[in-house]
Design a protein around this ligand. Sequence first.
Ligand SMILES: Cc1cc2nc3c(=O)[nH]c(=O)nc-3n(C[C@H](O)[C@H](O)[C@H](O)COP(=O)(O)OP(=O)(O)OC[C@H]3O[C@@H](n4cnc5c(N)ncnc54)[C@H](O)[C@@H]3O)c2cc1C
Length: 382
Amino acid sequence: MLERLTAAARAVGERAEDELAGLGEDAAARRALDLLAEAGLVAWTVPAAHGGADAGPLAPAEEVSVRVLCALREQLAWHSGLMDVTFVMQGLGSYPLARSGSAALRAEYLRRVAGGERVAAFAVTEPGAGSSLGEVATTAVETGGGWRIDGRKAFITNAGVADFFTLLARTGGEPGDGCSDGLTMFLVPADAAGLQVERFEVSAPHPIGDLALDGVVVEDGARLGPVGGGLSLALSTLARFRTSVAAAATGFARRALFESVAHLRGREQFGRPLASFQALRFELAEMDTRLEAARLLVDEAARGVDGGSPATAAVARAKLFATETASWICDRAVQHHGGLGVRRGSVVERLFREARALRIYEGTSEIQKLILAKELLSAHDD
Ligand SMILES: Cc1cc2nc3c(=O)[nH]c(=O)nc-3n(C[C@H](O)[C@H](O)[C@H](O)COP(=O)(O)OP(=O)(O)OC[C@H]3O[C@@H](n4cnc5c(N)ncnc54)[C@H](O)[C@@H]3O)c2cc1C
């Protein structure tokens, strides 16, 4: 099954490289989603039980398969970072709904997400709450039969493109009070009165912006799970999808290595192909070894999560090593290309920019190290 899906992602990715070129960011994201939906790939971001694709033995019907997400993201990232992010946001943005939304809300949204007709986004980060989600200050206050939401969300992928946000807000306690039951998730439609999107650009093509929420009212039916269960829901969503960030990193890195090999074979200096110089040959070997190590870590983490284990250490290790390795490999590929490596529009220049943000979002490298160290230290206690 994974080979078939990888082949389908390759075909879509090849089309994307042609068809997305020259389109503006939002039009490219929309076209990317259409291509993914036509190929039936978006369906893999939603559990089969809620209208998504059936991963058979790879994952229970109530879950999305991390191995499938990883296989698809590695291939999509090889071709287009924008296509990769468009794909995964359908899952990340809708997973809190699949896990904890009411039957009516799931029925209204999830099949359409799986078909690419509704665009999802996940809104947890705030100006004062990044690595530490316990600092979330956006408030949701109960009104008769609903909730009034006020505050600000920052760095929200698909802001301006999405049809809805699964959003984390404070329903009790104080920012930074250390309590884990003060936050709740809600589904907020993008066209809700009082919600404004403020767009900005990041270093690689990626629709993103901040959200200003001023008296946004949602019904109680838009609540995702119990009051106070939001932090755990947001963290379990990130835990499910984090390994796939590592897989996307290996996709960027694999493409960068491919480009380096091609360039070093074709380019001559000092009367010989660059590939004949031992210093550069050693570097190719190093890139390949680190890449394959990263892929093995991704596979181990994905199997663990699909198998029902939190695989906390394996996931943190995969995210940390694969994203850091991808940045290093893309950097070496830029170096191998000389001036062409930094010329705007060259493949390796794009990969270098695409790979960078993966070390930051869904838990920075430092946060992965903290998670790993905690696991190591607590295992020592046993
Ligand atoms: C391209 C992109 C897309 C994103 N998309 C989304 C999205 O769709 N939805 C969403 O909710 N968020 C999104 N984010 C936000 C992202 O999750 C945060 O940027 C990330 O969690 C880091 O938070 P921060 O930027 O506030 O950095 P901070 O938390 O302020 O961290 C700054 C630096 O300090 C380090 N640091 C922090 N705490 C510690 C510590 N205890 N020990 C050691 N070092 C520490 C960090 O590792 C980092 O290097 C996105 C970000 C980017 C760049």
